[in-house]
Design a protein around this ligand. Sequence first.
Ligand code: SIN
Length: 550
Amino acid sequence: MTKLSQVDFLVMGAGVAGLRAAVELARHGDVLVVTKESVAESNTHYAQGGIAVAMEGDEDVALHLEDTVNAGDGIVYRPAAEALVSEGPLRVAELIEWGASFDREGDTGAGELLRTREGAHSLPRILHANGDATGAEISRSLAAFAHVHKRIRFAEWTMVTGLVVADGRVIAADLAPAGPLAGDSKPHRINTRSVLIAAGGAGQVYSDTTNPAVATGDGIALAAQAGAELADMEFYQFHPTALSLPGVPRFLISEALRGEGAYLRNDRGERFMERYHPLLELAPRDVVARAIAREGMGASPDSVSGSPSVDSRVVHLDMRHLHSLNIRDRFPGISAFLAQHGLDLARDLIPVRPAAHYLMGGIKTDLAGRTSLPGLYAAGEAACTGVHGANRLASNSLLEGLVFGARAAQSMLADSLPLVPADAPAADHKPLSVNEEALVEDLIANLQASMWAYAGLLRQESTLREGLAAQEACGASLAKLAEQGKSSRRLAEAQAMSRVAHAILHSALARTESRGAHFRNDFPKRDDAQFLKHSIFARGGEAQVLFEAW
Ligand code: SIN
């Protein structure tokens, strides 16, 4: 682990937002990028479908803006969406110049960029790389570009375990080893002008998620613990089509398959989306996810009752009619994964079900990445600028990381906060016993299952309250271990997931309407009179939710 005692800028997270910010920051200072595993292991790396960007001039940009705003179901913060779509083309052109290679027509590598379509996009504008490995290519190219920069250092297999606040400003961070050989190595404190949290989402809060194991919401929880406000935490996007095979992780089956013409069929073989939305399989993501859930539960399209614990094993994705498409070339990664389980996209129906995918909410920031806590900045999935409103437009997240990663870095440079040495070292900790580690694993599994059952696609007051009781019990058991001065990577992750779940549950209870990804069985309608607003969690440190218009 890097044992620097100070650095100009500390970036937590090595996905697209963190790496893009690091490149910008390194123009004027020394940067330390801290990541819990290797640089390649981020949510960015697993993004399949692509990056949405309007490269064809003003009209194209205006259409991208309208699609983004429409998908967000009334509460997209328009200035954020304007920044995203208008700065996006420059950021993507820059990325290509730095070595990212997107798929093009022909074999020469010099043809026109290929573009595909996904749900709620009015035209094909999604660039992709190596078929279905867009995130991996963006992550590879940005990391390669950052690695040769002398002012950027990486602390891999390292966790940020705390933010040090003095006189109302973040002045330092505590780092601890996070690798398998971490043992009882000591944490250490590093002074810094400012910290950027770009540590991604928190899909692991749910038992069913497309997110990798590292997505435990650490950055969001640390910010909240240090006193920063969170926003829109009730809006968790459930991807409609994760692989649904017993004992197999919820591997993402990209929306780009539906963009290329795949159908969704229920257990009777019917293309059921015609009963739910005129855009059929390319309807907004929240509509498709709930339709799959309802078909899986055998409920009628407009039913609002039924178990909130959704079981959608009976729904399938069907590409068997797409004879002219070379499916294995277009989707090599997905084809290879399915082949390991005896499935072939060209031949078989693929069982799918929704899974937690993307948090629209997060650490509340302005358009320049500033949080409510001086010295602390956030970008990418960990942040909430309001750009996605209640439902993110497909493939807008990689673009968000590029645009707002660069913006946050520019404001960290502009603010140019002084280095203030923290006056105490990081507190020591004791390792957990084997039994305590096992207890933490049980607590995590229970929390994940209860969040899926009680705060998933379909919610209502009674179940949200059950979820809150389960989360509070989990939080209390974790706190007991922490109070004894115990610490481990899994304990820190469990505390982060519990804190994020707490914010989701409170925010979901407070929004007594249905909008975008947040659906309440007991309030099935949108209520614009009361809720054309963003939720703010923990203003002033209290576990309470306020609503405000942006
Ligand atoms: C997908 O490929 O379906 C995921 C893309 C996204 O979440 O934007």
